[in-house]
Design a protein around this ligand. Structure first.
Ligand code: IPE
Ligand code: IPE
Ligand code: MG
Length: 251
């Protein structure tokens, strides 16, 4: 399927809601949802390698939402442990494969041990020039927007910023995703048709692709190619008419 893709029309940034680990575990006959999380790493690697292979520049993975803190403590603890072991196990490969790691979200709310491993992986990969993999951890779109509003309000209060100077561009540059282009394509596994408080601002004009039957642990690079192939068939109009999009200049 990779051969069918148009190399000149690749998404620069792909965002993924990696959903369905719990249901996957159940499907396999396991009572413990954690079994699903443990089997999610292979899918993460496939998504990263498949994207890097094509030349996608940014891949944002929704790994833990603000709301996920409300899950049973044993599951939250297991997810935090898995994050640490995965980062430790994969660091050498990330370095070798020129992968740069970054995060978005309230990282200071994670356990200190997770923060330490994350800081180290970010530092060790900061000069890599291949794909940037952004882990969304303790992240939610509403959190990102409220934090930004507070920051700008503070600047206005201190006389560093005039209200008239607040525009979409400035606001965007204060979000956690500053400097990163908005996702062209958002993929969700697990069949649910919702955003689940992911990148609310940034997904304004993203193309959405949902896997109805596929749970995240079964995600492979062929699925990524399938989603990109579908993306390449879309007409992104950004509010304009189809005729305007087809005209080459100044339509
Ligand atoms: C996604 O899978 C992983 C996280 C949210 C951390 P789920 O754990 O949500 O699995 P389902 O959706 O309950 O099957
Ligand atoms: C979204 O999945 C969050 C992540 C994949 C990290 P959820 O399983 O938490 O989403 P809801 O609760 O079904 O909306
Ligand atoms: Mg879920």
């Amino acid at each position: 399927m990779k051969e069918q893709l148009d190399p000149n029309n690749l998404p620069k940034h792909i965002a993924v809601i990696m959903d369905g680990n719990g249901r996957w575990a159940k499907q396999q006959g396991f009572v413990d949802r954690i079994f699903g999380h443990r089997n999610a790493l292979k899918a993460v690697k496939e998504a990263i390698e498949g994207s890097a292979d094509l030349g996608v520049k940014y891949l944002t993975l929704y790994a833990f939402s603000t709301e996920n803190w409300n899950r049973p403590k044993a599951e939250v603890d297991a997810l935090m442990m898995l994050l640490i072991s995965a980062l430790k196990d994969e660091l050498e490969d990330m370095k070798k494969n020129n992968v740069r790691l970054d995060t978005i979200g309230a990282i200071d709310t994670l356990p200190e041990s997770s923060q330490r491993v994350l800081r180290n992986a970010i530092e060790e990969t900061k000069d890599n020039t291949g794909i940037t993999v952004i882990l969304a951890l303790s992240y939610s779109g509403k959190w990102d927007i409220v934090k930004t509003a507070k920051k700008l309000a503070e600047q206005v209060k201190n006389g560093e910023l005039a209200i008239e100077d607040i525009d979409e561009q400035l606001f965007e540059q204060s979000l956690d995703t500053k400097g990163i282009p908005n996702p062209d394509l958002m993929i969700r596994t697990g069949g649910d048709h919702r955003i689940s408080n992911f990148l609310l601002w940034q997904l304004a004009y993203s193309e959405l692709y949902i896997f109805e039957e596929l749970f995240w642990p079964d995600f492979r690079r062929e699925h990524l190619f399938e989603a990109i192939l579908d993306y390449q068939d879309r007409e992104r109009r950004f509010g304009k008419t189809s005729e305007q999009i087809k005209k080459p200049v100044n339509a």
